[in-house]
Design a protein around this ligand. Structure first.
Ligand code: ATP
Ligand code: MG
Length: 364
């Protein structure tokens, strides 16, 4: 059976939120126990985060730990998964540099995720070169570990497509060394790109519309109570609309039939609830309180595990050290193969050195 290698990561620009959880993290926790995976890597993408936070390294310095705590809190098992720090694996930078020759500026310019992110950051007039190149660096992140499966949210689709294009170009130019990867999207549509509590397109640290995995019970309740629903649903008797209604999108993402039996037996399932809401006669607050119960049930064990790890910070750093050492070992091996295929391994290539000496010894 072909080897399966999982590679994913997050930018240490803030604590992780429920969008990360349903978009990717929950999947990683499930799959860490799947024996068909040969190796699993999770990368803390600090070098990528620098591409739009160059003037604020302290933000990353603090959040490398916060993100690691969120992983462990979510149930990532450090005995099964290598959690590593991107900037501590210089082979990634090297591979990215070679990859830059295998794609074009216009190819990156067409990337819809990059386009949106440039707008969000008001970078239109002055895009930092590093930021512009981050999709190429992401291709290196996946490829250096021979990643075959990348569980991520929908925004990452164009990145995986570019990665595979670069891999094909590399292999065609230098020989078959690298492998393509497949994206593993959440199977629930609502989870692919979870909207923010403000109903905006995507829950994102940069937009401040997040429910964090580490939020307290009170914070979560407060955020849910003020969530965006349907602005035309003014009186309880008015018919409600489900489109762009964040409460119902979250219910789509998190609610199961058991939750009704447990917390709201008036309805059998979400379809019944939606039917009543659209017919009219059902208030937003009742739906929000139901969502709150579901969210608290999901988040409580995560908060508990976080408390444990918060009291074991030296151990958390050891986990990062171990994961990074394992990542470097694989990275160094791949880079050796890459340099050999690219024929830039002059110092290791005894044959090259001999043949060149011979060439000149004959001219004596
Ligand atoms: P930033 O604003 O710093 O870019 P972010 O919240 O967009 O932060 P990333 O670190 O860029 O988070 O994303 C990490 C992973 O989480 C990616 O796999 C991405 O697809 C997934 N992800 C992030 N936000 C969401 C979301 N709202 N819904 C589903 N998946 C998401
Ligand atoms: Mg992002």
């Amino acid at each position: 059976m072909a080897k399966k290698v999982m590679l994913t990561g997050d930018r240490p620009t803030g604590r992780l939120h429920i969008g990360h959880y349903v978009g990717s993290l929950r999947r990683r926790v499930e799959l860490q126990s799947d024996p068909s995976y040969d190796r699993i890597f999770i990368m803390i993408a600090d070098a990528q985060a620098l591409t739009d936070n160059a003037d604020n390294p302290d933000k990353l310095r603090e959040n490398v730990l916060e993100v690691t705590l969120d992983y462990l809190a979510a149930g990532i098992d450090p005995d099964k998964v290598n959690i590593f720090i991107q900037s501590a694996v210089p082979e990634l930078t090297e591979l990215a540099f070679y990859f830059m020759n295998l794609t074009t500026v216009s190819r990156v310019q067409r990337n819809p995720t990059v386009k949106t992110e440039i707008q969000m950051r008001n970078f239109e007039a002055n895009i930092p070169l590093g930021f512009f190149c981050y999709p190429v660096s992401q291709a290196a992140d996946i490829t250096l570990f021979h990643g075959t499966v990348v569980p991520v949210g929908e925004d990452q689709k164009p990145m995986i497509e570019l990665t595979n294009e670069i891999v094909r170009r590399f292999n065609a130019t230098y020989g078959e060394v690298l492998n393509e990867a497949s994206i593993l999207l959440p199977d629930n549509k609502a989870c692919m790109r979870l909207p923010g509590t403000d109903g905006k397109a995507k829950m994102s640290k940069s937009l401040g519309n997040c429910i964090y995995l580490s939020d307290t019970q009170e914070e979560v309740e407060k955020k849910i109570k003020s969530m965006y629903t349907d602005p035309t649903h003014l009186r309880v008797s008015d018919p409600g609309h489900l489109e762009a209604n964040a409460v119902f999108t979250y219910l789509d993402a998190f609610c199961q039939d058991e939750h009704f039996a447990k917390y709201w037996p008036e309805y059998k399932n979400l379809d019944e609830l939606k039917e009543h809401y659209t017919r009219g006669g059902l208030g937003d607050m009742k739906c929000k309180m139901f969502l709150n119960k579901i969210m608290q049930e999901m988040l409580e064990p995560i908060r508990e595990r976080r408390k444990y790890w918060e009291q074991h910070i030296p151990e958390v750093y050891q986990i990062l050290e171990r994961g990074t050492a394992a990542a470097r070992e694989v990275g160094q091996q791949t880079i050796r193969e890459v340099r050999e295929a690219m024929r830039i391994n002059y110092l290791e290539d005894q044959q090259l050195q001999q043949s060149q000496s011979q060439k000149y010894s004959q001219t004596l």
